[in-house]
Design a protein around this ligand. Structure first.
Ligand SMILES: Cc1cc2nc3c(=O)[nH]c(=O)nc-3n(C[C@H](O)[C@H](O)[C@H](O)COP(=O)(O)O)c2cc1C
Length: 344
């Protein structure tokens, strides 16, 4: 195994077996409640989540977040995640394809996703550090082609690069290279964080650069500073464990930009329950995404466990939509949620 494969394996092990959640900072979802509609006329059986994402039909606006690739273990995990995605007709992301840039030993661990999920949107993934390092977009187009990706996700993770021993926090030229990618790739580009969130100011600059979507990956879920601190085996009582903008704040704030820009918002970072997912939609997310909770469920209860988990989340969401008088997610995004301090 090369250095990147070993790191990927350590990430998986830590995310499955250790507590790598934020310590005291939360997503902020717990600060909201739903606005009950005592005269709801919604027909719960008529609520339908089917729609289109990246020109493909999907049954739920739920994305299995980019997680893994580049190790034997990840090939098995990706196979299962792809089976879930195809069964539920939901989009799925691959983990960082950096390995595939470096050598072709692990190409199969990425390709396996498309093989098992031929009919759904599949998202490629690469880190900001690589986007800065390689000037030519051709290399990234190859990554798109490798998995017949429907979009390319660039993860921006300055905190993780800073804390990781072998990390590369040099992002100089990133925005320029992102606009180059937008122009040169034959698929849309989505920008995601990995748990520190994306602000309105950053979103604006990215939208001006032409990106298709923003996955906020805000604070309150998995702490990637936490994962790296545990890997480094240093004092984990570290201020940076809890660094970042809470997921609820990011979704609510950047959704205001919809008045001026056309783009897709993916709400993620600590989407661990049906209620988290519902609040993310109510605050403005077009899709929600989840990583560690899905991984842990897969580890514990396999493919069927993950399918049940996601099905159950959307069953709960229907109940919440019924109780808030929302026939559609579009209606659900309009004033159906309230900050708790206003209730008392
Ligand atoms: C095991 C694991 C590996 C991950 N690897 C990647 C990756 O390669 N690329 C990426 O963009 N995000 C990666 N992430 C970050 C997630 O996509 C997500 O943004 C982050 O964990 C926050 O979501 P969560 O709170 O639902 O876990 C990974 C997450 C996990 C749990």
């Amino acid at each position: 195994m090369n250095e990147t494969s070993i790191r990927k394996k350590e990430h998986l092990d830590l995310c499955i077996n250790e507590d790598v959640a934020f310590k005291s900072k939360t997503t902020g979802f717990e600060r909201y409640d739903f606005l009950h509609d005592a005269i709801t006329e919604v027909k719960i059986d008529k609520i339908n989540f089917a729609g289109k994402f990246l020109k493909k039909k999907i049954d739920y606006p739920f994305l299995i977040s980019c997680m893994t690739g580049g190790t034997n273990e990840s090939e098995k995990i990706n196979t299962k995640l792809a089976v879930v995605a195809e069964k539920l007709k939901i989009p799925v992301g691959v983990g960082s394809q950096r390995q595939a840039l470096e050598d072709n030993n692990f190409e199969e661990s990425y390709k396996i996703i498309r093989k098992n999920a031929p009919g759904v949107p599949v998202l490629g993934n690469i880190g900001a550090a690589e986007v800065v390092k390689y000037k030519s977009s051709q290399k990234f187009q190859k990554l798109v082609d490798l998995i017949e990706a429907d979009a390319m996700v660039v993860h921006v993770n300055p905190l993780q690069e800073l804390i990781q021993h072998e990390g590369n926090p040099n992002f100089r030229g990133l925005l320029k290279n992102i606009s180059k990618l937008v122009k040169n790739l034959n698929v849309p580009v989505i920008i995601k964080e990995v748990g520190s969130g994306i602000s309105v100011r950053v979103t604006k600059r990215l939208l001006e650069a032409g990106v298709f979507g923003i996955d906020v990956a805000g604070a309150g879920g998995t702490s990637w500073a936490g994962v790296e601190l545990l890997r480094n085996d240093v004092n984990t009582e570290n201020y940076f464990w809890d660094w970042g903008l809470p997921t609820s704040f990011c979704i609510k704030e950047i959704s205001k930009l919809k008045n001026n820009y056309k783009f897709t918002i993916i709400g993620s970072g600590g989407i661990n329950t049906s209620i988290d997912a519902a609040k993310a939609f109510a605050l403005g997310a077009d899709l929600v995404a989840s990583a560690r909770t899905v991984l842990k469920e897969l580890d514990k209860n396999g493919v069927d466990g993950v399918i049940d988990l996601i099905d159950n989340w959307f069953t709960d969401l229907k109940k919440i939509m019924y109780l808030t008088g929302s026939n559609s997610l579009k209606q659900f995004k309009k004033n159906k949620i309230i900050r708790k301090e206003l209730l008392y």
